[in-house]
Write a protein that binds this ligand. Structure first.
Ligand code: KIV
Length: 272
């Protein structure tokens, strides 16, 4: 099923840049725990993102804001133990890098040291320039994230498509160039017009990974629970569900409940 142009034993930030140069699309998915990451890694995903979307998907919060640095480190260390091939990128959570660049570096170092992750991701452009510079200066690979940046949801007010207006599109293009210049190894573009995303991807040498940003970018990222259909409450246009696990799991668990109640489980063969 793989259409890889080159076999990689272990993905590094250099492999991703090489993939862009070779025109090979980059696959990226979230994971937050060992068991899921094992499956995702064995399927030869290029990048596993330990996203702060764990705040929504795992903890049930409405936004990504409440998740803490300690919680992100816990999720990331579980994923790192599972990943044999994929590059593991870890989100630095809201409140752990915005106040000053020294705090940003301390947070990035904690993630790298305590989880064993391979790189960090931060949301924003010019406003967090100093933090990015300092983290990269310490030898930690940084991935940027522009467009719909969920940590700023209260500033935006809604989860609708970003950068449709010329002024915001212009700032996004400038920020993308600045992130490349600072030394970021990649960039996530979330929920922006496909034409703009393609323009950005063609204007910089680092890989651009899209989510709701069309097909003209260098790779795609999705939340794994969405792809598998474990979540079902929302249906953004950009989401392709490959399974309906919500239904399959509900049916399986419902059947188990029925089997316990009816004394069908365990059977003679299922006991000692
Ligand atoms: O936290 C996350 O899952 C993300 C992706 C949506 C890119 O940042």
């Amino acid at each position: 099923m793989s259409v890889a142009k080159k076999e990689y034993k272990r993905i590094t930030v250099k492999s991703l840049i090489e993939m862009k140069q070779n025109g090979e699309k980059i696959s990226m998915l979230t994971s937050y725990d060992y068991s899921m990451a094992k499956i995702v890694d064995a399927a030869k995903i290029d990048v596993i993102l330990v996203g702060d979307s764990a705040s929504n998907v795992i903890a049930g919060h409405e936004t990504t804001l409440p998740i803490t640095l300690d919680q992100m480190i816990y999720h990331a260390s579980s994923v790192v133990r599972a990943a044999e091939r994929a590059l593991v990128v870890v989100d630095i959570p809201f409140g752990s890098y915005q106040s000053d660049s020294k705090e940003a570096l301390r947070s990035a170092i904690r993630i790298m040291k305590e989880s064993g992750g391979h790189a960090v991701k931060v949301e924003g452009g010019d406003e967090i320039k100093e933090s990015i510079k300092r983290i990269i200066g310490a030898g930690i690979p940084v991935m940027g994230h522009l467009g719909l940046t969920p940590q700023s949801i209260y500033k935006f007010g809604t989860y609708t498509v970003r950068a449709k207006e010329e002024a915001e599109a212009k700032k996004l293009k400038q920020d993308a160039k600045m992130l490349e210049k600072l030394g970021c190894f990649g960039l996530v573009l979330e929920k922006i017009p496909a034409k703009l995303a393609q323009e950005v991807a063609e204007s910089i040498s680092i890989p651009v990974i899209g989510i709701g940003a069309g097909n003209g970018v260098d790779g795609q990222v999705l939340v794994v629970h969405d792809l598998l259909g474990m979540t079902h409450e929302f249906n953004p246009r950009f989401l392709r569900r490959y399974m309906n696990l919500y239904e399959e799991m509900s049916n399986a668990i419902g059947q188990y409940v029925a089997d316990v109640k009816s004394r069908d489980f365990p059977s003679e063969d299922e006991q000692y």
